[in-house]
Design a protein around this ligand. Structure first.
Ligand code: ZN
Length: 182
């Protein structure tokens, strides 16, 4: 988390927290396939400079340029953060300035995230039922536990579909060349 502890200015944090309390939102980004959700903090405003300043104070999350949403909508700049650890850090920083409603929402979202992590940490089988133990367990650099059978299956599927695509392109090229020769 580079940037977070390097330049903590309490006045700037207070400004950012006040802005977030007024304009920000706390929610969850759902992954339907994996049936998981990640905390999602967001701030959307038509004033790009303000969003940019907010992002640089935190040194976390990403900013997005506005996209055209039609004639009646003003384009808005968005700052967004989706990560359990980072959301937890930002909420802790903003805590003294957050209102009751937002505090409640933040606690709910973080509790859900923690429960999910505990569940993941104690899972004994992958969604397809392979054991998550012994030789079949792969622990990623981020600490998540994964099934080796499913990983190699995914890699095999990718290679097959990729090869078909490459072969298709090659055949098209050959056919073209043949035509040119004739
Ligand atoms: Zn599996």
């Amino acid at each position: 988390m580079a940037g977070l502890s390097d330049h903590l200015d309490p006045r700037e944090i207070a400004w950012a927290a006040g802005l977030f309390e007024g304009e920000g939102s706390i929610g969850a980004s759902r992954n339907r396939k994996k049936k998981t959700q990640t905390p999602l903090l967001q701030l959307s405003m038509t004033d790009g400079d303000t969003v940019q300043r907010f992002a640089s104070i935190l040194g976390l999350g990403r900013t997005y340029r506005p996209y055209d949403r039609g004639l009646n909508c003003k384009p808005s700049y968005t700052w967004r953060l989706t990560s359990f650890e980072k959301a937890q850090a930002v909420i802790a920083m903003f805590w003294p300035w957050l209102g009751v409603r937002r505090k409640k929402r933040a606690l709910e979202i973080l509790a859900e995230g923690r429960a999910q992590r505990v569940k993941q940490a104690f899972r004994q089988h992958c969604p397809k039922g392979h054991p998550l133990s012994g030789n079949n367990l792969y622990i990623s650099c981020r600490g998540t536990r994964n099934c080796k059978v499913c990983i190699s299956e995914r890699q095999r599927l990718y290679r097959t579909s990729h090869r078909e695509k490459l072969n298709g392109m090659q055949q098209a090229r050959r056919a073209k060349r043949r035509k040119e020769i004739i």
